[in-house]
Design a protein around this ligand. Structure first.
Ligand code: GDP
Ligand code: IMO
Ligand code: MG
Length: 421
């Protein structure tokens, strides 16, 4: 059984937490796209982990983890993440495998990301400034450097020198500080040496595991509406965050995938700029006052709003979502009434799917259906039937409006605050 897990909204749906739960029934967890723009939180007992590049499955002993070819890797940041986990007693040797064809995020990518955002002013995307867009840009332009290059210091240094020269000219034209070749060379070669034991041909290895019937779980990063093709372009990230990305980013073909699990919050959040039709100050203020909804990577306050079924209906369609995991139900515990967007009204028309133009989305007005709140804590509940009836009805409605089967419910950040529907 191979499973793809994706975010059905704008990222931060609680994918890390659900991956941690589903890893129990998997052998291998694979990241296939994105980079350290991701921040996946897993809480186990008193311990809290935030994973950026390493699959969240690493927290379960004996499970193997892969960073696939579709991921963009900042090697210095990856080494820091590996060392941070090892200090906390998580052993990675023999458990972590990194693709030699994954592209590198280099310091000029971060500088370009920052300089471009700065120049855009109020039109900025609100990126994580991790250099993700420029790194994928180089990959598509065929000017990227890969881990396979880093493993050959002479080849790497020659290519790096040329790339730094060209990029410094662009950085300076944007008003940024140029980079020093020897400094970058040294820090990257050092990180490359530390990563060497983990680097393999992950495509061949994954196929061998698949032939042995090992169960593979693909950990999506970001979410459907941050997808470079299906998201609210240009306010998106630079990879395919939807289910197809799991195949292209790992080399495991589509026909070997058995099911797609979509993760969504019981409400909506987004961090960064771009349209968010159901955004609502009342929901944002309530969640922020509870100390929730601050970004795991950048610490920025997330924008919040009511659940948007127009969005999740589209997410179900493009990802082929079979089963849903709904998280953060407890965030709505104090409300007497809850709204859910069931359609948009746009220039006099009723829309059941979001328009492709982000500008047009700004003109969409949510049409809401009202639901009774339950106004009592759910964080201690461990069985669906023990939830307040209004909460059961609400969850069933979200699944029906999205068009997929409800499988998992999460009522707290802890591993144990999760149950089957
Ligand atoms: P990811 O990027 O999709 O893995 O999600 P993040 O980790 O960035 O953000 C999700 C946040 O919600 C984290 O702080 C999680 O610990 C937390 N979380 C996940 N599920 C639940 C839940 O059901 N209830 C509560 N209270 N917090 C949750
Ligand atoms: P996880 O995996 C939420 C957002 C940024 C910005 C846009 C582009 O934790 O769900 P980028 O740095 O990728 O060029 O930024 O995408 N973004 C995320 N938002 N969760 C994430 O990852 C995100 N990764 C990127 O805020 O709006
Ligand atoms: Mg996150």
């Amino acid at each position: 059984m191979n499973t793809i897990l994706v975010g059905a909204q704008w990222g931060d749906e609680g994918k890390g937490k659900i991956i941690d739960v589903l890893t129990e029934e998997a052998d291998i967890v694979v990241r296939s796209q994105g980079g350290n723009n991701a921040g996946h939180t897993v809480e186990v007992g008193r311990e809290k982990f935030i994973l950026h590049l390493i699959p969240s499955g690493i927290l379960r002993r004996n499970k193997k983890c892969v960073i696939g070819n579709g991921v963009v890797i900042d090697p210095v940041s990856l080494v820091a993440e590996i060392e941070g986990l090892e200090k906390r007693g998580i052993k990675l040797a023999g458990r972590l495998f990194i693709s030699e064809t994954a592209h590198l995020v280099l310091p000029y990518h971060r500088r370009l990301d920052e300089a471009r955002e700065h120049r855009k002013g109020t039109n900025k995307i609100g990126t994580t400034k991790r250099g993700i867009g420029p790194a994928y840009g180089d990959k598509a332009a065929r000017t990227g450097l890969r881990l396979i290059d880093l493993a050959q210091p002479k080849v790497f240094s020659a290519k790096l020198r040329e790339r730094i020269e060209e990029n410094n000219a662009v950085i300076e034209s944007l008003g940024g500080e140029p980079l020093s070749f020897p400094e970058v060379e040294q820090s990257y070669l050092e990180a490359g040496k530390k990563l060497r034991p983990y680097i393999i041909n992950t495509v061949v290895w994954l196929h061998q595991q698949d032939e042995k019937k090992k169960r593979i779980l693909f950990e999506g990063a970001q979410g459907t509406f941050l997808d470079i093709d299906f998201g609210t372009y240009p306010y998106v990230t630079s990879s395919n965050t939807t289910a197809g990305g799991a195949s292209t980013g790992s080399g495991i073909p589509p026909h070997r995938m058995d099911r797609v699990v979509g993760v969504m919050k019981a409400y909506t959040t987004r961090v960064g700029e771009g349209p968010l039709p159901t955004e609502c100050a009342e929901v944002s203020d309530m969640l922020h006052a509870m100390g929730r909804e601050f970004g795991a990577t950048t610490g920025r306050a997330r924008r919040c709003g009511w659940f948007d079924a127009v969005a999740t209906r589209y997410a179900r369609m493009v990802n082929g979502i079979d089963e849903l995991a709904i998280t953060n139900l407890d965030g709505l515990d104090t409300l007497r009434q809850i709204q859910v967007c069931v359609a948009y009204e746009c220039r006099g028309k009723r829309l059941l799917y979001p328009p492709n133009d982000a500008e047009e989305l700004l003109h969409c007005r949510p049409i809401y259906r009202k639901f009774a709140g339950w106004n009592q804590p759910t964080c201690g509940v461990r069985h669906f039937k023990k939830l307040p009836v209004a909460a059961q009805k609400y969850l069933k409605a979200l699944a029906a409006l999205t068009g997929a089967k409800l499988r998992i419910v999460s009522v707290g950040a802890q591993r144990k605050q999760t149950f089957e529907a």
